[in-house]
Design a protein around this ligand. Structure first.
Ligand code: CTP
Length: 409
């Protein structure tokens, strides 16, 4: 596990909320993992959690008082506020469906939920519950609400559950939760929180255009650039929605996610989500064409009326241009271009034709590797061109967001 750089004023503090769930014992291991990374952990428990693990266990592990009741500390009449202020990251693991619902609604009826409402630092939530409770639309809706507000959700794992059911609902492994907490601490230290309160929409990945239920037309986009942008915006405090075609990437934590298939699906999602976005980055490699007719059943080779040798293609709608045409004054729209030659003039033409505020132009050509982790780009606006050196996509994502922030200033 990566050690954090020690701060001048001592170790960073993670306030760990433990709620009433059989997985509460796993929070003990989480405490140890965070301590090994030089993090000070303070535990706050719900009353129900104390039925599963005695507060003494956490007191012994952390060498800190363990808070449970709102009025337990006679020396600190506003304990919930001091807890919230102490937290460099506030983590709730395991988080029951009930506490999740309270967080989503802003209900504050015990020390943990009251402190959570007062927290301004990053919030990491690791839910754990029965599969049917986890999959219930209310729970999924609550998770979406919290992710859209910028909370980092460490999704529950699939597996054997304490109730005997098998499915999604197991608390994520303590090492995974610890990495999410440490990632939030690192991001807080390393990046500006200049997108707090800003809503960012990102499209990513390829689109797939069905020929029939088993065949499709698509492209080799890995989705890495769009996912890097979603992660970067989330780290900088934005409420991020990621609209993604099918890719083999981990969903970024703390990001509201919408999976789509075809360009028309992606357009539909963007039409719904774009009006609420302050910044929209169209990083998806949208298939330019789609089969005119998607057959409802699998086409058979050699069957006279199933012509697999000649598939008529029709152009897809241009999502970037469609959304940019609906742009209101407070919105910033960013698109991408892949060019083999005349990179800047072509990017300028695309900027004007599609109505974007900025085009991220990639020089592509012989050395082009699909799915590469680095990129070389120019940031082109109507009044400027910035040539960036080759850099990791994560760094390029931050450079793009720096430019977006500057455009909005
Ligand atoms: N785009 C889109 N909808 C499409 C096609 C592209 O939203 N149907 C967006 C992409 O997400 C990207 C930009 O437009 O932001 C890329 O434009 P595109 O015209 O496809 O440029 P290139 O990929 O550079 O290809 P070409 O030069 O062939 O136009």
């Amino acid at each position: 596990m990566t050690k954090l750089v020690e701060r001048e004023d001592g170790r960073p503090t993670v306030v760990l909320g433990v709620t009433g769930c059989i997985a509460a014992y796993k929070a003990c291991e989480l405490v140890r993992l965070l301590q090994k990374a030089d993090v000070r952990v303070k535990v706050v428990m719900t009353e129900h959690a104390t039925h599963f693990v005695d507060p003494l266990t956490f007191r012994a592990l952390t060498h800190e008082e363990v808070a449970v009741g709102l009025f337990d500390d006679p020396w600190d009449p506003i304990h919930h506020i001091s807890l919230a202020q102490e937290a460099d990251v506030f983590c709730i693991a395991p988080c029951t469906g009930n506490v999740l619902a309270k967080l989503a609604c802003g209900i504050a009826d015990d020390l943990l939920t009251t402190a959570a409402l007062a927290v301004t630092s990053p919030l990491v939530i690791a839910p754990a519950m029965n599969v049917h409770m986890y999959e219930h639309p209310a729970t999924q809706g609550n998770l979406d609400v919290l992710a859209a507000r910028g909370a980092c959700i460490v999704s529950a794992d699939e597996g054997y559950l304490a109730c005997g059911d098998v499915g999604r609902g197991r608390l994520a492994e303590p090492a995974v939760i610890a990495e999410a907490v440490l990632g939030a601490l690192r991001a807080r230290d390393a990046r500006p929180r200049d997108l707090e309160g800003v809503r960012v929409l990102v499209t990513a990945g390829p689109t797939v255009e069905p020929i029939d239920p088993v065949r499709f037309v698509s492209n080799r986009s890995s989705g890495k650039m769009g996912y890097a942008l979603a992660r970067a915006a989330q780290q900088r405090g934005a409420a991020v929605t990621l609209v993604s075609g099918p890719v083999a990437l981990e969903r970024p934590q703390g990001v509201s996610f919408r999976g789509v298939g075809s360009a028309c699906d992606m357009l539909g999602a963007c039409e719904e989500l774009f009006p609420a976005a302050d910044i929209a980055v169209f990083a998806a490699a949208v298939a330019d064409y789609r089969p005119e007719h998607a057959a409802p059943r699998k086409l058979k080779k050699g069957r006279a009326d199933d012509d697999l040798e000649c598939i008529r293609l029709v152009p897809n709608p241009d999502i970037l241009a469609t959304m940019a045409a609906r742009k209101s004054s407070g919105q910033t729209v960013i698109g991408f271009a892949a060019e083999t030659e005349d990179v800047v003039p072509n990017a300028r033409e695309k900027l004007a034709r599609k109505g974007a505020d900025m085009i991220v132009a990639n020089q592509v050509g012989e050395g082009l590797v699909f799915g590469a982790d680095t990129d070389k780009a120019y940031l082109v606006t109507s009044s400027s061109v910035e040539e960036l050196p080759e850099m990791a996509k994560d760094d390029l994502a931050h450079a793009i967001l720096d430019a977006a922030v500057a455009l909005r200033a």
